[in-house]
Design a protein around this ligand. Sequence first.
Ligand code: UDP
Ligand code: MN
Length: 574
Amino acid sequence: MVSINKSFFYGIGVASITWLMSLCFYFQLIKHDNLNTVFPTNNLESHNSSHLLKDDMNDIGLIKTTEDQRIKDEGYKIHAYNTLVSNRLSLNRTIPDTRNILCKNKIYMDNLPKASVIICFYNEHLRTLLRTVHSIINRTPSNMLQEIILVDDESDIQDLYKNLSTYINKQKLVNVKLFKTDRREGLIRARLFGARKSQGQVLLFLDSHVEVNVGWIEPLLEQIQKKRSNVVMPIIDIINPDTFMYSASPLVRGGFNWGLHFKWENPPTGTLETKEDFIKPIKSPTMAGGLFAIDKKYFIDIGEYDAGMNIWGGENLEISFRIWMCGGSLELVPCSRVGHIFRHRRPYGSPDGKDTMLYNSLRVAHVWMDSFKDFFLNQRPDAKNFDYGDISSRLQLRKELKCHDFDWYLTHIYPELPLPTEEGERLKKKWSALEKDKFQPWHLRKRNYVDQYSIRLSNSNLCVSSVKDIKIKGSGLVLKPCKSGKNQIWYETDKNELVLAQLLCLQYGKANPILYKCHEMGGDQEWKHKGGKETAIYNLAAGTCLAAENKSINSAVSMKICSNPELATWDLVR
Ligand code: UDP
Ligand code: MN
């Protein structure tokens, strides 16, 4: 600490150290195993030591050393989520039970079938995959779980297969079966490969970065037990890719647009009238793809997957259209909840660099959509001369199964989908057929402000301000002399966002914090402080704290390791 006033630093030192100690304290508590190795040494922590519900999660991402930073950077590069946090979290962590209260007292049939859970993965982070497996073991009654089948789709992370295999043997996870494909197959053929190895009556497909919630399997199996052509999906809760915070998703069903992109939408008006409606299965025109359960024999009868599809994309619409058009039904089961890490990007491509989403979508369009495929083709001029392989066996399948045509599907299963040829009044009518008022889309929800203040560097008269006009997205931050007026007022929301002048959110950028459109997804826009004077301001996703470069006008504001209070201590001035 260079020459400035000693007592000043003593003051902020004590305050900041107290606060940082509390930050670090929890961090110590959750440090179950060696943080710096990806391969865990002690993995069967007791449930009691691993309560990591919302409030305990605040400091989990704290970067304490350069090694922490390295793990985190590398994790983002390979996996596109925060592996530093994943490494620190217990494999048996508790997650909030997000089910509707009515689900909790439900009694299910007692002759439910056994499921084979099938998880294929390409370059998954080991500890995240193990957490997926443990969540299934912990929350699935053994009489409903035939086996967990893991299919390594020719990952190229060194030793991933070997480490996983060692772990399974060491922990004696007898019904976890690990396989490997001979070459990179892509998720469609890798799942098929897994399904063909399975022995359960029901196939339950999951992604490799999920956590299943309490009571997740019973309601799925019961729907299949009632009718074997019911294909069922859990509600996909959100695991934040930056913080691993687990939060509930609203009741939304699957749709699509004419670009053949899957989308979430509110259920039709009238679907959710009574309390019980919120726990009843809801028919869904399509599935998101990653997470669903299907009777194994039924899966085979209706033609499994289109094995001609590559790597990723389109298979979810293909199986959705096929299920509905060929006599089955697809439904969402609200009492079943599974959290999924929604990444900001998909960290892989196809080995030959081709657009597999387009290739696969063309197969969907040409096999299932009859003349409606033109809506897709017209939207995608690049699709006209794009090769989509041989589809003759899939056309044959459609014939053999005597499936309905696509017009039937649109009329009976998805009448709410507007056709590109429809205009004005008819379009309006179709949209208003979907629930609007019960489920405000998240981006239209009103923000709740809980506090407001300017952020002043302690023992100075310098406040955090926008470099550019406060309305400009992407602007960086600097210190400017504190002034009255809204330009330096930060509004804190109940989601721990800091919104400058109620316009843009403070967001942790690649290196420096910036102002950005509020996305309401937490993580890089989620800030913690102890309030009042001489506080650190900590970002959950960054794992670091807001800091000034130096104590002078126009000094940049950046992010620094929290354990260094110098230039990272702020007063919240009301
Ligand atoms: N996957 C695979 N092979 C591939 C691509 C993906 O086994 O070539 C796996 C991936 O590891 C994950 C699942 O398929 O378990 C779904 O992929 P992803 O999570 O990337 O899709 P998203 O959830 O982003 O739609
Ligand atoms: Mn996924």
